[in-house]
Design a protein around this ligand. Structure first.
Ligand code: FES
Length: 92
């Protein structure tokens, strides 16, 4: 995974979410619900490799629609990394 524009890279391990990998890479991602998909603070934009993420979960779809999640955005705590991808946030 690549964290842009931080310039950090970190491979994902089996069944890790974007949030898990970001934590290991010391890429700060907001979160306040403990990763259960209800706070929307972990929203990140997928720059590349969205096909390498699991599809949005039911709660991500529901809460994301309430919070105006764009088609290129995901909740980092809900998306499991299956392959290479690149993400960014508004605060990096
Ligand atoms: S950490 Fe709360 S929605 Fe992801």
């Amino acid at each position: 995974m690549t964290f842009t524009p931080l310039g950090r890279q970190e491979p994902a391990r089996t069944d890790e979410t974007l949030l898990d990998v970001a934590r290991r890479a010391s890429a700060p991602v907001g979160n306040s619900c403990g990763g259960i998909g209800v706070c929307a603070r972990c929203r990140v934009r997928i720059v590349a490799g969205s096909e390498n993420l699991t599809p949005p979960t039911e709660i991500e779809t529901r809460i994301g629609s309430q919070r105006g999640l764009s088609s290129d955005e995901r909740f980092a705590c809900q998306a499991i990394v299956l392959g290479d991808c690149e993400i960014t946030t508004t605060y990096w």
